[in-house]
Design a protein around this ligand. Structure first.
Ligand code: BEZ
Length: 212
């Protein structure tokens, strides 16, 4: 499978998981999704990531984002590992982990980078929109755990910019001022954004978050 690029359709699959057989499209329904891979079960960084992800589930739910993890170990192993994660992270893993023993999904999503490791997935992230298009890809090495605040932040940006003619600046967080889309003129922006538009440069116009 070629590398998935932004705008590509996230390939559908049916796979075993910690909660039984899952079909991606059925699981996502008409909401958003986040699919994230882990190198292997019973590994330290992954244990912290999955515990953290479980603690963030309410925040993903609020944004209508279904969570789906993956590693190349089997479902029985995932179930045992989840007991450890729950114990050491004092949480309850409350989303499925795909059991990708045959690496079917890992190959489909290009999650194995042979020069990093021939057999284990890297830490991939795919954010999938309701129309099943890929809106974000991230690749972290096995040695670096992901920042789940950043994943929520980028989802906030994706969801805001999907419905408003804005973009979000560096280090933006929900509620802060946003950038007017370069595609619209300042005159039009002043009509669209009732809270006001500040023109710092003709190409850099700021406006308050239109959803707040
Ligand atoms: C970890 O999750 O801790 C890990 C997994 C594979 C390689 C290195 C670290």
């Amino acid at each position: 499978m070629a590398t998935l690029r932004l705008g590509d359709t996230a390939p559908n699959f049916t796979a075993d998981s910690s909660i039984g057989t899952i079909n991606l499209y059925e699981y996502l329904g008409d909401g958003w999704g986040i699919l994230f891979s882990h190198p292997a079960d019973f590994t330290p960084v992954c244990t912290t990531e999955l515990g953290t992800a479980a603690k963030f589930k309410d925040e993903f739910d609020k944004r209508n984002v279904k969570m789906l993890a993956l590693s190349v170990d089997g479902a029985a192993s995932h179930k045992e590992w989840i007991k450890d994660i729950n114990e050491v992270q004092q949480t309850t893993v409350n989303f499925p982990i795909i059991a990708d023993e045959d690496k079917k999904v890992s190959d489909l999503y290009d999650m194995i980078h042979p020069k990093a490791d021939n057999n284990l997935t890297v830490r991939s992230v795919f954010i999938i929109a309701p129309d099943k298009s890929v809106k974000l890809t991230l690749t972290y090495p096995a040695s670096t755990g992901r920042n789940f605040y950043e994943l929520l932040r980028v989802i906030d940006s994706l969801q805001l910019t999907a419905t408003h003619k804005v973009a979000t600046p560096a280090n933006w967080e929900s509620g802060q001022d946003v950038v007017v889309s370069p595609a619209i003129t300042t005159a039009d922006a002043k009509e669209i954004f009732s809270k006001g538009v500040e023109e710092i440069k003709p190409y850099l116009r700021m406006t308050p978050d239109p959803t707040k």
